[in-house]
Every structure is written in C-alpha cells, then in structure tokens.
Write a protein that binds this ligand. Structure first.
Ligand code: PLP
Length: 432
C-alpha cells in the first residue's frame, strides 16, 4: 500500500458538514457511501485537475458529473462569464443569449426543432414526462432498469427481478399511485418492451431511456435496440424520448441520437449545455413542443430558467466543442485510457469488462459482457471500493461508485492518461 493520503482538513470540513446537511452533502453520491473512506472536499478545479482542501491534486474523471467536457474553468468560459456578469446575473425577461444557445442546440441535435431551458436534468425529465402525457393523452411511461432520469416521483422506480409491470417506489415519500404508471423493462430487451405495449394497449405515452447508460456503470445499446424502440413506439402511437442529460454533446456533438442515427421525438439535456452552471433543457418536434406553456396548455415555468450566466457558459462550451478535431481527440484519448485499464487489470488476473464511446467510459470488475443492470450487479463492488481509495492515494479521482460512468475532457493530456494507467497498474496489483 502506498502512503495514506493526508486528508485532515477534508475530514474536519466533512465532519462539520454532517451536522449541517443531510449526510454532509448536497447530493447523495458525493458522500462516498459505496466506497471506502470519507469524501474529499474540493478547494478548486482547473483543466483536468481538482485540488482538495489539504493541497492534494487529482486527475479528475468525474468532471463535475459531466459538464466539464472542455476541462474545468476553461479560460474562455470564465472570460465570457465575467463579461456577462457585468450585466447582471438574472433578468427574468427574455435575453438574446437564450436565442443563441437555442439555435446552437437546434442545429446540433437531430430531434430538436424547438427547445425549453430549465435549471437541471431532473427538471427537464420531469417536464418532458408531463409533455409526453399531455401530447398523447395517456398516463403510463416505460423506463428501463438502471436508467436514471432525475429524482421526480415518477422516475424513482427500479424494476424487480424479471419484467415488473407495476412500478414500486424506490424511496419513501413517493406514492404508489404515482409510480403505478411507471412500467419498467430490462435495458436492451426489446421483447419486454413489446410485451408491455401489448399488455397496456393505448395507455402508454412513451418510452424514455438513456441511449447509452451512464447511471448503471456504462452500458451501450445492442445493435438494433434503439432502432427497435423507434419502431415499436411509432407502431403504438407513443413517443420515444432520449434522456441525453449525460450523453448530449458528449457521445458526439449531436448526442447519442446523431452517433447511432436514431431520432427520438423528444430529448432531454443538461450537464454539458450548461458548461458548469445549472442548466437543463428539453426539446423536440415543433408540433409537440407547441403544447408547452405559453404557446400551449401544458404548464411549466422557472424563475431562473434561461438566465444569462448559464446561457453564456453553455454557448462558449459548445463553441469550443465545435472546433475541428474535438471529438476525434476525445475518442482516441478515452479509448487509450480504457484499453490501458483493461490491460492493467488483466495483467493482475482481475476480471474486467470496460468500454468507451467518445468522452464517456466505464468498467466493471467482472467478466463481460454487461447488457443490463442485472448483469452489472455481478461486478465486484468490494474490490472496486478498494481500488477507488488506492486511486485517490495515487492522485486519480474516479466516481465514488462502481455504477457510474467516467468522463474525460479536452483538457486531459496524453501524460495525464499515461499516469492514470500507471496508477491503475499499481492499484490492481495491490488488490489482486
Ligand atoms: C441521464 C440523466 N438524466 C437526468 C439526470 C438528472 O440531472 P440533474 O442531476 O441535473 O437533476 C442525470 C443526472 O446525473 C442523468 O445522468
């Protein structure tokens, strides 16, 4: 084992935080509950790096859970924000920056003809669900086991074993009556979806999914799965919704829908389009989006929605991403990282299954392939938890859960990737 990390100040701060906020955090996964040790308290971030309050530096593969695709605190994003800041932080009135970001999103994302900005991915998914129901006049929705669509009541459902047709709430406080309209199927299982449609004729408003799953580790769609969902929804007069909060502008500039060539009816976005500030969005065909208030009857609103700072960070981030060669660089860098991780594990006789697409990656400590959440659960979480701590000690910050995707950025260099692979080699050999 390498020297223990000095995290004295982190421990003090987190110790106080526990008395101030539930679990000491503002969002649960940050609390390191599923890995060893206490969370690291960050002091600042820049490029591919994060520094903690004890002065330790980490190569960061969490990237604020997705937004930091150009690297943290990119100088051009910061400069643009400073300029906007001089004009005020929030208008509560139309602003031209909303037009600009809307035009960029519409130009990039194949399914989006019109867009509504909100403040988080949860808000986007919650609103899109209301829109699915408003447009179709049907109440039920199909989601997949292991896909996360934010914390709105209707989405807090996990499937039981096999195909559960009645959703059971994942959290106290979520009424059964609400989740009874949430039907679940295993990811990559088209037949299960067809069965749900057959069992619930004219009752299902649509199917929502992460087109590439990042909330159950990293699971890619099997060939034909997305295409099959497109067909089955169309046949049943239901909508297909891609939750691209994680994959939007990350899997490619036009998201997973561009990469896989399957166009949904509606799309939710967040993370990257906010460039590190709180933003979400949902969009789709004009005919559907025209249902949204005030052009239509479906109510949805937001005090800070479309605020100039968030729009500015989003616009600048997309401009940087649009530059020639961005996605080729992200693809090559991330593949090199994952190949290195897999080789390192195998050299230590540790079972591993890993993949990447563009700037998103993941690995499971088990034999692959992993096609759904049930299979993902066979991964060795105890070993992951040890690995996570060892990697921290060697200056690499991975998501504190075996079931989260990893993110790279344009700021990660070949040297960063090489030192990360070296840290994996050493860590795997310590836990083999
Ligand atoms: C696919 C997906 N949808 C929705 C959300 C919720 O977004 P937020 O945390 O911004 O509310 C997330 C968050 O990680 C996500 O990954």
């Amino acid at each position: 084992m390498t020297d223990a990390l000095n995290t004295k100040r982190s421990e003090e701060i987190f110790g106080s935080a526990k008395n101030l906020m539930p679990g000491g955090v503002s969002s649960p996964v940050r609390a390191f509950k599923s890995v060893e040790g206490d969370p690291i308290v960050f002091d600042r971030v820049k490029g591919p790096y994060a520094w903690d309050v004890d002065g330790n530096r980490y190569i960061d593969y969490v990237g604020s859970w997705g937004p930091a695709i150009c690297g943290h605190a990119h100088p051009e994003v910061i400069a643009a924000l400073q300029e906007t800041l001089e004009k005020g932080t929030s208008f509560g009135a139309p602003c031209v920056l909303e037009n600009k970001l809307a035009e960029m999103v519409i130009e990039a994302v194949p399914s989006v003809e019109m867009v509504r900005f909100v403040n988080s991915g949860t808000e986007a998914c919650m609103a899109v669900l209301r829109l699915m129901r408003a447009f179709t006049g049907r109440d039920k929705v199909i989601k997949f086991e292991g896909c996360y669509h934010g914390h709105a009541d209707m989405f807090l459902v996990k499937a039981g074993s096999g195909v559960a047709t009645l959703g059971l709430p994942d959290s106290p406080g979520v009424p059964r009556s609400t989740t009874a309209n949430t039907l679940t199927a295993p990811y990559n299982d088209l037949e299960a979806v067809k069965e749900l449609f057959a069992e619930n004729p004219d009752a299902i408003s649509g199917v929502i999914l992460e087109p590439v799953v990042g909330n159950a580790g990293f699971i890619t769609p099997e060939p034909g799965f997305l295409e099959g969902l497109r067909e089955v929804t169309q046949e049943n007069g239901a909508l297909l919704v891609f939750d691209e909060v994680m994959t939007g502008f990350r899997i490619s500039y036009g998201g997973a829908q561009e990469r896989f060539g399957v166009t949904p009816d509606l799309t939710t976005m967040g993370k990257v389009i906010g460039g590190g500030l709180p933003v979400g969005a949902y969009g789709g065909r004009k005919e559907i989006m025209s249902m949204v208030s005030p052009s239509g009857p479906m109510y949805q609103a937001g005090t800070l929605s479309g605020n100039p700072l968030a729009m500015t960070a989003g616009i600048k981030t997309l401009e940087l991403l649009k530059q020639e060669g961005s996605y080729e660089k992200l693809e090559a860098l991330t593949k090199k990282l994952v190949d290195g991780i897999i080789t390192a594990a195998k050299d230590s006789n540790i079972s591993i299954h890993g993949q990447s697409i563009s700037a998103m990656f993941g690995f499971y400590l088990c034999e692959g392939p992993v096609k759904n959440f049930e299979e993902a659960k066979s991964a060795d979480t105890d070993r992951f938890s040890k690995l996570h701590r060892l990697m921290l000690q060697k200056g690499v910050y991975l998501a504190p859960s075996a079931f989260e995707a990893g993110f790279t950025s344009l700021a990660h260099s070949e040297d960063d990737i090489n030192s990360t692979i070296k840290a994996f080699q050493e860590s795997f050999s310590e836990i083999s």
